[in-house]
Structure formats: C-alpha cells, structure tokens
Write a protein that binds this ligand. Sequence first.
Ligand code: DAH
Length: 340
Amino acid sequence: MKEKLQKIREKAIAEIESSQGMERLNEVRSAILGKKGELTAVLKGMKDVAPEDRPKVGQWVNEAREAIENRLAEKMKKLEAEALRRKYESEKIDVTMPAKLHAAGKLHPVTQVRNQLVDIFGSMGFDVYEGTEIETDFYNFTALNIPRDHPARDMQDTFYLSPEFLLRTQTSAGQIHVMEEKKPPIKIISPGKVFRSDDDATHSPMFCQMEGLVVDKGITLCDLKGILDVFVQKIFGENTTTRLRPSYFPFTEPSVEVDVSCFQCGGKGCKLCKGTGWIEVLGAGVVNTKVLRDCGIDTDVYSGFAFGIGMDRIAMLKYGINNIKLLFESDLRVLDQIDD
Ligand code: DAH
C-alpha cells in the first residue's frame, strides 16, 4: 500500500510540474483528488483495509494528499505569476517614444469672426435672428425701398431662381421679417450667407454679412456711432475709432459709410489703409421712415438705425488675408495660421 501511494504521489507531482497552464493543472487535480481521482479511490478502499492498519494507512494517504496539494498550490502560484508577467510584458509602454500628433480642428476664420461679432453685439443686448438664404424679391428689394425699376438693383447682381424667388443679396432682407414679426423695441443682428454674381480678388459669389437693426423711441445716428465704436474697439483694438461718411442706401436716410481708423498704422497711413489712415468696414444709416411705415411702425414714436457688416471683409482685414478666395479654398496652411 505504501508503495502504491508513493507511486501515485510521484506521478501526481511529475504531472503537476509538467503542467503548462491552469487548465491542465485543474485536470491533473481532478484526476488525483477529484471524486473519481486516484487518491480518492484509495480512500474509498479504506473499508477493505484491516482495522488495525487503518490509522497507519490513513496517515500515509493524508501525507500524500498534503504533499500533492502543496505542490498544486505552488504550481498554481507560479503559473499565475507567469501569466501576470506576460500580461505586463504585452502592455509595456515606452514612455520615451515620441507622441502621436493629433491634428486639432479649428473654426474657419469667418466663423471665428461671426462668433466674435455675436458675442460683442450679444453683450450689448442684441438678439440673433437667423434669416433664410432663399428670399422673395419683395423682402430682398421692394420692402427695402428698392422697387423693380430702381437703379440700386444694378449694384447687386442677383441670382434669380424665378421672377419671384432669389438668393438673397443682402442680410437686410431680415430687417423686414423682424419688423413684421415683432413690435419695437427691436435690437437684433442677423448673420448669414449672401449671394451676388460677382467674382474677383475681393468679391466672391457667396460671402457673409451681418445685419444689425435697432428700432426704439428716440434712436438717432449718435446711437449708431456709439455702438459701432464699441464694436471696432473690441474687434480691432482699443485705440480704434470710427468715422462716418455720407453715402446712399435706399433703406436708410441719412446713409453712411463707416470707416475704422487703421489698426495697423494707427492712422498715420500705410499699405493696408492705402495711406489714408482709414479703412471702410460697413454701410449703415437711420432706417428710412418709408421702410418703417410699410412694416406698420409708427414713425412719430419710433425711429431706428441699421448697419450691414461684411464678415469676410472683417476676417480678411483682421487676419491679413489679401484674397477672398483663400477663405474658400480650405487650404489648411492658410487656415492653420488663424486662431484667435
Ligand atoms: N445691405 C447693404 C449691402 O449689402 C449693406 C447695408 C448698408 C446694410 C446700410 C444696412 C444699412 O442695414 O443700413 O451693401
């Protein structure tokens, strides 16, 4: 019996030692210690052992069992440690490797300008009105005091979709919608795309404007100047100011062209301002009473001012872009340089 147990023990230990993985180790365990295992079979056979030999045989069996279990536990530890080592090895990071470069996206310069304008005018209490790019002839022209035979229509070469519908040539169309929908006080900006059949270094068939409209009691050209001064100081720098020059727009009376003092030379005269010290940035004026009246606004009580800013032009001036095409070519070498 002792020999038999010794053999079981040696065989078990040899098998444990040669086991390559946890699965195999478990197989070996149940082949020896499991319900139908070899050592369990010996235990079951104890009833056939003479009663006086039982304590001795029992002790041998226990010794064998203990030895096998110890080996099993040791082997299991080894296998676990090995598995952990392999896992660490496979997950090892070389912290000295150069990092992978992730190109970060950026907002388009005109979008950056748009966001800045919305922030600046938003901080002065303006709401944003989003108009539509397809307009009717009425909103884009007639209601803005530009009837069909008006020469001002020639200033804006229009893409007509039908005799009635067109791609808006100016965000001014939004003024009429706002005044139809809302009673004064009105204080809105309306940024968006506009379209004209025009194409050269400073003109693109699609460009971006931002309309502004204020209608309230006692509004004058001075209010316009005050608001525009804040606007240019925030967008071009604290030392800039505005200058109003007489101009003509059918929907404003009086109308002005607004210049900003050159933010590059401080007004002394340079290439950017063509030696004049001033740069034209937008058109504006006091809203024509005819336009207000046609929208049902009592001009004895209310008056207003309006302005139209070319956002692409602001972006070009601000970021030193000399050809409007660069804004639409999506050349990352250009766009990457611009981040405010
Ligand atoms: N809509 C004009 C244009 O596209 C710009 C403009 C001028 C808008 C004067 C205005 C304004 O609201 O008062 O040329």
